[in-house]
Design a protein around this ligand. Sequence first.
Ligand code: DGJ
Length: 689
Amino acid sequence: MAQVSQDGRTWLLTGPASSYAVHVTDRDELVHLHWGPRIALADAEALARRPLPDDWPFESRLDGREEYPVEGGPRFTRPALSVRAGARRGTEWVFDGHEADDGTLRLRFRDGALTVTLHYRMRGDVIERWVTLHNGGPAVELLRADSATWTLPDREQWRLSQLHGRWAAESRLTRSPLTYGEKVIGSRRGHTGHQHLPWVALDTDATEEHGEVYGCALGWSGSWRICVAQLPDARVQITGGSGHDDSGLLMLDTDETHVTPVFAGLWSDGGFGGASRAWHAYQRTYVVPGADRDRPVLFNSWEATGFDIAQEQQRELAERAAAMGVELFVVDDGWFGARTSDRAGLGDWTPNPDRFPGGLKPLADHVHALGMQFGIWVEPEMVNPDSDLYRAHPDWVQFQPGRRRTEFRNQLVLNLARDDVREYLWEQLHGLLSAAPVDYVKWDFNRCFTDAGWPGDPYPQRLWTDHVHGLYGLLDRLRAAHPHVAFESCSGGGGRIDLGILSRTDQVWTSDNTDPLDRLAVQHGFSQIHPARVMAAWVTDSPNTMLNGRVSSLRFRFVSAMAGVLGVGGDLTRWTGEELAEAREWVALYKEIRPVVQRGDLYRLRPPEGGLSAVQYVLGDETVVLACLQAQHHGEPVPALRLRGLDPTASYECRESDEVHRGAVLLHHGLPTGLRGDLDAAVFRLRRL
Ligand code: DGJ
């Protein structure tokens, strides 16, 4: 709900548990009033009457208080907006009016011919913020246009949570005290990156289930920057948006409009767990397409066959997968062009005639006849120099004139800012999805931008932004033309996971690291912001072939992977009859608990750092607990798991033990697990009686 004061200068947005308030002063400064528990409009008006500090030559009265600090005037903070018009830099705006409907608010400011509109939209307790810039005059240059600045209340000591990583070690949670100055995270790589998820959370003394947590997450799949600043007077602001520091200015021509991505914010007083549950509910309800439909169990061929694929071998894998209860069979890399290794073929999206003589349709038909959906891997934004596409169009890639074209994994990045490139990709992909009955597309992206040049274009740096819009446009067009096809976002594992790509894809590939123990930490971090419903997790071979050779039981691998969208990625032709039979039982169990895992509320019972880690999901009367024991030491008894989210006065029947427990006992004393030794794991299903 959006409310406005009688003088039209104070606004209050209200969600189920939180409020947000802003005010325009009589000098047309837009100041932040409140973000936290619910307050009334009269409270916001009272806050608006509190005077700002006096001007002082060495400090700014506005720093740390403004909703969207622009460059210029009495400000020393990092500006969210920096504009150059001819010889003049900065912005000096006047308030130009507002619109407040149901849960949305638009505040309009004008600086000459430039109109700056700040957008706010309440979705539950998540506030989506973005900015539009419309230029009605001669061309101006946007040096920086962030999506939002979030202002925190005055507190003694803030703590910052972030998710850092690298390839095969994504989204690992770390918390550290915030100190004076700026903490900047982001990507300078052209995609979201493995190095940080675009999310931060700030708290002072929260625990997993108690205390205030402020969080912000960016919906952008290219380069980005989030800056958490603790100013000299200890005020804290978080500014974020697309583009890294020196990705270059954008030109805003006459009558052009620039729209920033969404930077979403959430206040919760339910601790880290409560904040995560609110982020998950928001994404399932408003972001991820069709999130009320559960995702199928998939098989992916990558770890089983690598590039060495052929129709017969894929048919055999498909038969074994179908017998196991798999619902979606995905052929990974290697089915097209001359793609027999990573050295050739990217860009040529036609089935390799030696490997698939009749195209993909015969295999797709076979997979369908086995009762499964059929999926394929693509990496449309890339090209191998050894490809027909590159030989025909060497100028279609990003490159700097007269410079070496940097190759990673023997590939170059196509310039998706070009209309002809996007049109080519549309024709190829639309043709592919029309030629064979494809139900699923795994969309990969396996290298960062390095030579982001576009010879001949007056503002080549726009490709940083336009590439992402090109990608979004292609996905939107393909989804519209093939509404039954689901899409997975992959970037060498979890290199492109953010709210922007999640609004156009059905699930994401979490990490190329499929080791079930390492995965517990990756999944713990991932779950801080994103729901299990989008987190793909595969059971692969033991010893682990991709990374570390670790030996683990099928039980441990399945329980670890059942915390998200279950997949199987091992070489099933080498699994024994007993292993295949056991796997079939695990898949059946997963299908039973799937609605609770994919749509339920997540409680992180114990983090992965200790010997015992566990997650719990609650949906209606059903509860599922997944427990994993890394190692038992000195014969110490493994602690019972204190459950959460239950009714203390109700009784719960545990299907595994046939025992009935009182909710109060499960909450206070816990559920005994019976786990022992190394890499042990168990699933518990409880039903409220
Ligand atoms: C990287 C992905 O993360 C893998 O799952 C696989 O699809 C390979 N690319 C294929 O090249």
